[in-house]
Ligand binder design. Structure first.
Ligand code: MD6
Ligand code: FE
Length: 209
């Protein structure tokens, strides 16, 4: 890990630490992720309305975020294998402590893989039990254009997230609307098979430390 240097952003409560993971830390984390994906394969979830996501997903930790005809929720098992999710890579727990810290520890890590043409529409992260706890995001591989605006709607701001960047939705930005407009394909060679990997750490359940 290199220095943890936060930069100021235009959105209060949206926190950004560019380049936290250097090239070797990024490669190690990609290895840790792909090893765990052998036990919890990426799959393409459906929206509650029955449309497939363009992003492929999996989860690590006691709880994982899933979406299907039954709605959005956290659950302890992979929807296709029925097995418990693998553990959260320890380096991500260290990153949580070094950036957002606080009274809660993450118990869920959502894995999003963007291959050709994948994107993510504007959404709010609001399926967690404690909406006071932050959500921390790590970007790996191809760069992406990230859009963020207030929970109530209105103007949005777009910024680029590069491989190794870490950002968080905290405090007044916890329920901000955000999404990925596009991935800059081929801007990195980090991910086997290409694309962008995003890891979001959440305190999803009710357990306090
Ligand atoms: C992504 N990120 O970067 C999608 N959610 O691929 C998110 O949806 C997100 O970046 C909560 C907090 C930070 C995020
Ligand atoms: Fe999100």
């Amino acid at each position: 890990m290199s220095a943890i240097l936060e930069v100021k952003t235009a959105v209060e409560g949206f926190r950004l630490w560019p380049g936290v993971l250097d090239a070797s830390a990024q490669a190690d984390l990609v290895d840790a992720v792909f090893t765990r994906l052998e036990a919890a394969p990426l799959y393409r979830p459906q929206t509650p309305g029955g449309r497939p996501f363009s992003v492929r997903m999996s989860n690590f930790g006691p709880l994982g975020w899933v979406s299907d005809r039954g709605g959005y929720r956290y659950q302890a098992t992979h929807p296709e294998t029925g097995r418990a999710w693998p553990d959260i890579p320890p380096v991500l727990l260290d990153l949580w402590e070094a950036t957002v810290g606080g009274p809660r520890r993450p118990d869920a890590c959502l894995v999003n893989l963007y291959r050709e043409g994948a994107k993510m529409g504007l959404h709010q992260d609001k399926d967690e039990a404690d909406l006071g706890a932050p959500v921390l995001s790590v970007s790996l591989g191809d760069a992406a254009m990230f859009r963020i605006g207030a929970a109530e709607g209105g103007r949005t701001t777009t910024l680029r997230l590069d491989s190794g960047d870490v950002c968080a939705l905290t405090g007044p930005a916890r329920l901000a609307r955000h999404g990925i407009d596009r991935v800059l394909e081929g801007s990195s060679r980090l991910i086997p098979g290409g694309g962008r990997l995003n890891l979001t750490l959440r305190a999803a359940g009710v357990s306090l430390r």
